[in-house]
Design a protein around this ligand. Sequence first.
Ligand SMILES: Nc1ncnc2c1ncn2[C@@H]1O[C@H](COP(=O)(O)OP(=O)(O)OP(=O)(O)O)[C@@H](O)[C@H]1O
Ligand SMILES: [Mg+2]
Length: 262
Amino acid sequence: MDKNRVITIANQKGGVGKTTTAINLATALAAIGERVLIVDLDPQGNASTGLGIDRRDRKRSSYDLLMGYNTVNETAVETAVPNLWIVPSTMDLLGFEMEISRESDRAFRLRRALNTAEAKSFSYILLDCPPSFNLLTMNAMAGADSVLVPLQCEFFALEGLSQLLETVDQVRRTVNPALDIQGIVLTMFDARNNLAQQVVSDVRTYLGEKVYHTLIPRNVRVSEAPSYGKPAILYDLKCAGSQAYLQLASEVIQRERRRKAA
Ligand SMILES: Nc1ncnc2c1ncn2[C@@H]1O[C@H](COP(=O)(O)OP(=O)(O)OP(=O)(O)O)[C@@H](O)[C@H]1O
Ligand SMILES: [Mg+2]
């Protein structure tokens, strides 16, 4: 079996489009026939809610997975999207950090949980991180092959980014030398805004090839979709935001192919 790819969607900044990207990228990958799993690592549980998983149906969660109480198959819930599964999150995750902060394997709980035949039956696993650099994000970075960074097209974007890249370097030096950057995706782009244009050009100058060609536009349909418990791609396939996420998925796949060939 081909090794699967675990991609963590991270940015310690809040509200930049991590969850929206996790949901729609996962849906796009599932739509082309990949078997995809999202692990919701944010106690807010936005990815779970956005995929229509009712709180009552979250009997087992990413907390149970991290604690080693349950396996991937025992915690994963099927979504309305064919080929897409999610390990939902519950508020229990809030206790995770305190409960295991003294354990020597505290950063490797997710890696261990994903190092199983069950997990490897998914071709892509996407990890939705909380907006902070805590033990949950650390587990995500330690357990992933690569990081995908959503960056909102706004003035402070670059400032937060250098902090994030420093964190990735630190993770490489300590817990995960193989951690790669899949890419950086610019989100909520508004073409009418001159500042946004400037941010795009600065980010491309600074990071070059790491930045995907796809720009995710600011799009009302994308922001409405979660309240219907649906990915934008199901809610309105034709809208500009959905189309952009499909394009992003094909870039992600191209990069994976190139990496395999190298
Ligand atoms: N392309 C877009 N167009 C319009 N609204 C968007 C777009 N992407 C995300 N949003 C909206 O912006 C808000 C933040 O997005 P999202 O929840 O994906 O960010 P996040 O980084 O996961 O946030 P948090 O840090 O709180 O986890 C949400 O209300 C979402 O619906
Ligand atoms: Mg989120």
